[in-house]
Design a protein around this ligand. Structure first.
Ligand code: 5GP
Ligand code: MN
Length: 326
């Protein structure tokens, strides 16, 4: 209660607000940035939506997403920074320098690995998505929803719950989503843009990743990886190939899945997923990243080959998996 009061009073006092999401943005990040920005604009604030990273192209089919800008020095003139869906300062790219300049900062997030890096932090891992937290905040602030705001807010709830499939889904998720649908959100539009708009090149990459797929620990652990050459071959970037780790997890015997994608030589993003009991956020934390129990990730820096570099992660997971069964 005290957190919500401080958060609302910070917002009330601010005129110029930057709402910033995390690097490597996903649906929840883009949804939270855009719906909070539109909501605060309706309250008369001057708001800049911002993400210091390239936005995956399919999200431009949603309204207003083209207004999201990367970090720039002029933003130093703002009164308040609201960071959404990011668990630590290294996740916000250039906006760390805005924080260093001493701007008041609010953090709104649902990652249990959050480091509480703002002046006011509303962090609650019980929420399915940061977008659902934004929905509750905008309701508290008495914001009137229109169709575009409802659609943008629904986007993050749908994507971060795997379209209402994960263990984070409780009755409140359906209630809030239903309210957004009543106010004009279109579930069919969201699923078409997110799920039914895959480029053929994604399938070619999937074919290469499947050729490298390994199953170990009696089929409980599945992993694969793709090097930069593969992405280059099809004119794709690591940004265009998210979601494959979920395919690996969907194998019937699998508890833990890992997928590593090489963004540039010597740097890869590692995505981790689990199904029932293995806490992948602990693995991600051990390698300098973070996330949730069932979905986490980190960036790996190395010299030489990607496969050699991920050996250490593979062994770490195998050992933990064995321990968790004893
Ligand atoms: P993904 O594997 O889809 O990139 O990320 C899964 C989850 O882990 C997301 O909730 C994301 O925010 C978090 N995550 C991914 N990479 C990192 C990272 O490098 N650092 C932190 N702190 N969290 C990450
Ligand atoms: Mn999220």
């Amino acid at each position: 209660m005290r957190t919500m009061n401080s958060l609302m009073s910070e917002i009330e006092q601010a005129k110029k607000i930057v709402v910033c999401g995390h690097i490597m943005p996903d649906g929840d990040c883009i949804s939270s940035v855009m719906s909070l920005s539109l909501g605060l604009e309706k309250l008369g604030k001057k708001v800049t939506p911002a993400i210091d990273w390239e936005i995956p192209s399919k999200f431009y089919e949603f309204p207003h997403v083209d207004k999201i800008i990367p970090y720039s020095e002029e933003l130093q003139l703002s009164d308040l920074l609201i960071v959404v869906d990011a668990s630590s300062p290294d996740r916000i790219g250039g906006f760390q320098s805005l924080m260093k300049s001493g701007i008041r900062t609010i953090v709104i997030d649902h990652h249990k690995t959050n480091t509480y890096f703002g002046n006011v932090c509303w962090v609650d891992p019980k929420y399915s998505s940061t977008a659902q937290m934004v929905y509750h905040l905008l309701k508290l602030l008495d914001v009137n929803y229109d169709e575009e705001l409802a659609l943008l807010n629904y986007l993050g709830i749908a994507t971060d719950t795997g379209f209402f499939r994960y263990s984070s889904v409780d009755a409140s998720v359906f209630e809030d989503a239903a309210d957004l649908v009543r106010q004009g959100a279109r579930p069919d539009v969201v699923s078409r843009i997110i799920l039914d708009s895959r480029r053929i090149e994604e399938f070619y990459l999937e074919r290469e990743a499947l050729a490298k797929l390994k199953l170990c620990c009696d089929g409980k652990f599945a992993y694969s990886y793709l090097e930069k050459e593969s992405f280059d071959k099809y004119g794709m970037t690591t940004n265009d190939f998210i979601g494959f780790v979920g395919e690996l997890r969907s194998i019937n015997t699998v508890e833990v899945a890992m997928f590593a994608s090489e963004a540039s030589k010597g740097e890869a993003h590692v995505s981790l997923r689990s199904k029932c009991y293995f806490d992948v956020s602990e693995v991600a934390l051990a390698f300098g990243g973070g996330g949730h129990e069932r979905a986490a990730g980190f960036t790996l820096k190395y010299e030489g080959e990607l496969l050699k570099a991920i050996k250490e992660v593979i062994e770490f997971i195998e050992e933990r998996l064995r321990d968790s069964e004893n």
